[in-house]
Each structure stands twice: as C-alpha cells, then as structure tokens.
Ligand binder design. Structure first.
Ligand code: PLP
Length: 378
C-alpha cells in the first residue's frame, strides 16, 4: 500500500517520537509543567525549549507562541477571540476556500451578529488583491486568509496581503497549517498579526499546534478555554509536554530540511505530472506555478473521483481533498468556488507527497491511475 495523502497527515518522524517518549516515561519529563518542584521545572524547561524551536522557524519571539490542540483550535481562538474581544468592528473578511474550521466558525459568528465577506478565488485558485482591498470597511476588524490551500496547494501571496491589510489598519490572520515547514515565512519582516500552525502536517504528533499572537495583541483576544490560566491566560489546560516537545522537534527538523524537502517534492511532482500527462483529458486544478510542490490536484475527463478512489483503495491512499464525517466523498467547495465545471469538481483527486515517498511509489501510482482511468473509460 502506498501512502500519498501527506496533506491529510504525516507519520511522526522517528527522532520526534524518541523526544516524545522521553517526556512520558517514569524516568522522563512527565511532571506537570506548572508544578512548583523539580519534576515540573524539568517539564517547563522542555516546553520553553520547544517554544523557542517553533518561534525560530517563523521569525517570532517565543513569547508570541500560544500552544493549542491544533490549527482548528487556533483558527477558532482567532476568530472568536477577536470578535468577542475589545476590538470594535463586526466585519470579518475571509475567502470561500478556507478550511472548514474558518468557514464554520464564521457562520457561527454570523449568528452572533458578525458580518462576513467571503472572497472568491479566480479559476487558478488565487484571491484578487484589489477585491480584497476594496472589501475592507471602516468596521472591518479582521482579515483571515489561508496561506496554502489544503486541496489545491495554491499559495496566496501573504506578503502583499499583509501590506494591503495593515495599510487599512485591521488585523491579519493567516492559516498556515499547510505551509508551515514547506515555505519559509519570516514574521519579523511580514506584518501578520496572528498565524495558525499544526504539527501533524509536518511529521509532528496530532492534537498539537499553536497560534502566533503578535506581541501586544494578546490583550485583544478573548480566551476560549478558561481554567488554570496557562499560556498567559489565553489557553487554559495542563500542557501536554510530550506533544509540545514533539512539535518543537518536528518544526526544528523542518527548518533544517526545508530546502532539501522542497527540492525532493519538486522532483516527485515533476515525475508525477509527466506520468499523468500521458492520460488524455487530464486537467490540473489550481495553478501549478503558484502551488507547493507536495500537492497535486487533478481531474480526468469523464471519470468520477469516487469510483477512481474506490478502485485505488487497496493500492494507493489518496484523497479527493474533503471527506465529510460519514466518510462519504463530498464534492469540493474549493474547486466549485474556483468556478470549475461540475465534471471536474466531481472528478478531482488530491495526491500529496512527503519525505517517505519514493520514485518507485510515484511510478506505481501513475501506472495504477492510468490503468484504472483506461478501464473506467472503456
Ligand atoms: N487549516 C488547514 C488549511 C488544514 O489543512 C487543516 C488540516 O486539515 C486545518 C486547518 C486543521 O488542522 P488541525 O488538524 O491541526 O486541527
């Protein structure tokens, strides 16, 4: 079985796992980091070390990192935290191609009195920056934009977006769940106010992530989890030392390997594209030039993705980008929003590669897809 669904999640790297184990065993760093004794102190030191590793990857100060359970929570904390916080302005701008954790939270906030503008992308998956600028109103408190789309891999120009949004004086949040460790982002240079990060997309454990909160802004966020006052009161709950240490290690490895990973993914994507181009009526969904190298989204003329995925099920693990809770395949709202035809939307598959993907894996996947497409068409 070949795994080509790294955008859904990644395995935990062996050296990451090793670090995590040290925090769980009886002779390790298992103390409660808030406890006032040496066990607690040891855990607290491990957490602060991980905080530095995370901050270093994004050009932030360790004090600007708030650990959460993942990007979903970070997105919730941002949107609800700003809306229910002291900053005036009930208008939020986002896009139609965000992760559900943004879209559903925005819908919830609309019920609470927020006004939300959802920008549409063009057919290549990019947001129109003039439209963004023109959508900003006097009462806009927050703009929230996905950096790399999880279905298409298309990258939004967050540098330009930041300069537009900051000129207008509102807050900018970036969902960086799919870009972290893949694209370098230096927050000491780009004026992003809040940024969501997840560990499990980059060889860290599931259930841990963080929100970057630019210095001074913490006062403007209404906490969503109340209790022991951890993380400067922004996120209560006993800190999961092993998860945090795992995230720190994974992100520091990502920092070391970013150029190498990027080159490897680019070559794999080239190989994949070259192989799939042999199939007549193959369409690339989203701009290839403006996407990360680890994700490829394609459709094949006359082929239903559900059937294709079903036939591939015992050979290759890939996805159509969005599976609903029941496990049934839902047509992609991202591709629909890009204005693609229903055939292409229903035919779309997402192939995503990672550190453990080999050239042989790509060859086998290409062969399997070519065979099944030919078979289904005949
Ligand atoms: N945002 C994006 C763009 C994602 O791809 C994901 C994960 O699927 C999330 C948010 C949610 O991340 P997590 O699984 O850490 O809650």
């Amino acid at each position: 079985m070949i795994y080509l669904d790294y955008a859904a999640t990644t395995p935990v790297g062996s050296n990451v796992l090793e670090k995590m184990r040290e925090c769980l065993s009886v002779d390790g760093t298992y103390g409660n980091p808030s406890s006032p004794h040496s066990f607690g102190e040891k855990a607290s030191i491990a957490i602060e070390n991980a905080r530095e590793q995370v901050a270093s990857l994004i050009g932030a100060s360790p004090k600007e990192i708030v650990f959460t359970s993942g990007a979903t929570e970070s997105n919730n904390l941002t949107l609800k935290g700003v809306f229910f916080g002291p900053i005036a302005g009930k208008h939020i701008i986002t896009t139609e191609i965000e992760h559900k954790s943004i879209l559903d939270t925005c819908s919830y906030l609309e019920k609470m009195g927020a006004e939300v503008t959802r920008l549409k992308p063009d057919s290549s998956g990019l947001i129109d920056l003039d439209e963004l600028e023109n959508s900003i109103r006097e009462d806009t408190s927050l703009v929230s934009i996905i950096h790399v789309n999880n279905e298409t891999g298309v990258i939004q120009d967050v540098e330009k977006i930041a300069s537009i949004v900051k000129k207008k004086g509102c807050l900018l949040h970036v969902d960086a769940a799919q870009s972290i460790g893949k694209l370098s982002i230096d927050l000491s240079k780009i004026p992003i106010d809040l940024m969501s990060i997840s560990a499990h997309k980059i060889y860290g454990p599931k259930g841990i992530g963080c929100l970057f909160v630019r210095k001074g802004l913490e006062r403007n966020l209404q906490p969503q989890m109340h209790g022991g006052g951890q993380e400067g009161g922004l996120r209560s709950g006993t800190m999961p030392t092993h998860q945090i240490v795992g995230m720190g290690k994974a992100l520091s490895l990502a920092q070391e390997r970013m150029a190498e990973d990027h080159e490897m993914m680019s070559k794999l994507k080239e190989q994949l594209l070259a192989g799939l181009s042999g199939i007549q009526g193959m369409y690339e969904n989203g701009s290839i030039e403006r996407s990360v190298p680890n994700i490829l989204n394609v459709s094949f003329d006359g082929i239903d993705a559900e059937l294709l995925l079903h036939r591939l099920r015992n050979k290759i693990a890939i996805s159509n980008g969005s599976a609903c809770n029941s496990g049934a395949i839902e047509p992609s709202y991202v591709l629909r929003s890009m204005g693609l035809s229903e055939d292409r939307v229903y035919g779309a598959i997402r192939i995503s590669m990672g550190r453990y993907t080999s050239n042989e894996d790509i060859d086998l996947a290409v062969h399997a897809i070519c065979d099944i497409v030919a078979n289904l068409r005949s």
